[in-house]
Unconditional design. Structure first.
Length: 243
């Protein structure tokens, strides 16, 4: 009888845990019935897997663009002694602009990079309320998604154009170097837009799929490639990032 009693109690405890998991509301992220039907373990595993992947992509994007802007700044400042006095002004402006582009990557990285560490802790944390860690992760997911959406918003596109237009008038109207100003304007806008469009948006995708109750753990694939290119009087290596 003792063994039977223990077996019955074990089955009861398992049933209770499943019932508790099913009671974790999906209202925090405006989830539907499909999400509500997922177990606590499924939801935690899904969020942890996807946000760790997004954080890895964010780190690659951040350090890649930090390297690009650092190279642009160092290259232009290094070239200053090698050019005429009038051209040096253009290089000083270009190098300073590259440092300005580098600053937010170092000072305000995508929030998912830091939040992913907290998510990992919460996903394996045993709390008195089993739903509490899940709800905190959902809040972090929402915050990370909002942060990524802001980085791709019209505000940043407009800011990129305004900033480079300002450089255009500094070099053109200020120094009288209109050809150099035009080159700076076009390359600056193109570089800024490329940076914006390559910013990872994994948290945004994760939030959308999570709300729909999808439970697959296949993270979007990322590729990092160095591609040679060449042409008449031109040769180099291009960095290809896909998230």
């Amino acid at each position: 009888m003792g063994r039977v009693a223990w077996a019955v109690m074990l089955v009861w405890l398992v049933g209770e845990q499943s019932a508790i998991a099913a009671q974790c509301t999906a209202a925090h992220v405006n989830g539907g019935d499909a999400l509500q039907s997922r177990s606590l373990e499924e939801r935690l595993r899904f969020l942890d897997e996807r946000l760790q992947s997004d954080a890895a992509n964010a780190r690659i994007w951040r350090f890649s663009w930090a390297a690009i802007y650092s190279a642009l700044a160092v290259g232009q400042f290094t070239a200053v002694p090698l050019v005429s006095r009038s051209t040096r002004k253009d290089l000083y402006v270009g190098g300073t602009a590259a440092l300005i582009g580098l600053a937010p990557l170092l000072i305000t990285p995508l929030k998912v990079i830091k939040d992913s560490r907290r998510v990992k802790e919460l996903a394996t944390h045993e709390a008195a309320d089993p739903c509490a860690p899940l709800f905190e992760i959902e809040e972090l997911l929402q915050r990370d998604a909002d942060n990524e959406a802001l980085g791709r918003s019209a505000l940043f596109h407009v800011g990129n154009v305004v900033f480079n237009t300002g450089l255009f008038f500094i070099i053109g109207a200020g120094f009288g170097h209109w050809t150099s100003a035009t080159i700076s304007l076009l390359t600056g806008i193109a570089t800024g837009e490329t940076m914006i469009f390559t910013q990872p948006v994994g948290a945004l995708r994760t939030l959308r799929e999570y709300r729909a109750g999808e439970s697959h753990l296949t993270a979007p694939q990322r590729t990092v490639l160095l591609l040679p290119f060449g042409g008449p009087g031109l040769a180099g290596i291009a960095l290809h990032l896909a998230f």
